[in-house]
Design a protein around this ligand. Sequence first.
Ligand code: ZN
Length: 336
Amino acid sequence: MHPAKIPILGELTPGTTQRHLVKLPGAALAYDEPRPVISVAGAKPGPALFVNAGVHGGEYPAVEAVIQLGKTLDPKKISGTVILMPVLNVPAFRTRTPFVCPIDHVNPNRVFPGDPRGTYSEQMTHALINEFVGHADAYVDLHGGDIPEALVPFVICRAGDNEVAEKSKAIAMAFGLPYVLTVSKPIQPSTGLSSYAAAAGKGVPSILAEAGGVGQMQEDAVALLVQGVVNVMRHLGMIAIDTPATTGNAPAADTAASTLLTRFEWVYTMSAGMWYPKVAAGHAVNEGEQIGTVGDLFGDTVERIVSPVNGVILFLTINPSVLENGLLMGIGARPD
Ligand SMILES: [Zn+2]
């Protein structure tokens, strides 16, 4: 099928980049501003790749990477179709709200594949899966550390030995970030799934890639995510190996293989207070090692934080004020 049929975008013309303003279906979304979407319909037939950012509204390098892909991917050099949505969670983006959507205070990345009769976030994720992801041959969801989080670049996909999981893992390795984390269960208890797990459940190979954080625009993180998507396009056969995909000067592909991690352990504080980490994102830690303390406002230590596993700190909360049961970090565990 060429170019890809994404009914909500209408007719796509091979060899062109088109800009769309999309009203997503769903009663709760009826008054939303239209979301920008860019379609890059290659001159030659090939797979349909859907890429979005902004499931979390404060992860700016991911948003910028999608914007740059829309400006620089050259449809004349591409086989297949790339569909790009810079920001899904527009209410969070407009209000600089981390983690959740401010309309229903739900983390959209815990309610995939959504529900057309559910809350705002459930209707939004349902629309994303139904109108975009479900029409794609592969799906890349770009993230980063949210406004209070630092991180080391990594890719997540679902573990498993079925065909979709194996294709997803191959896409994750092709993306080319320092770490690839395969997960077999939801990271937090939740009503739904994360984007990549829901997409895989619908038979679409998919990954979630993270770079940058702390509410800033790190150009190196933007470049990693842009290059990662180009690497995935090469992996899928959408670009000839020796042809630059973009009109810009994307850096050369990183040929170092990603380190594989096989479980995501999130570390919380029981007590509210001041958080004093002894580690940084990217540090290796050992099981039982003290990795920080939480103090009260008199300066007394109320909790010592210890690593539950041997692994690598993938993201770290960098703001000192933490709440009871507050999230401190995520550690990618090394295979046993
Ligand atoms: Zn995120």
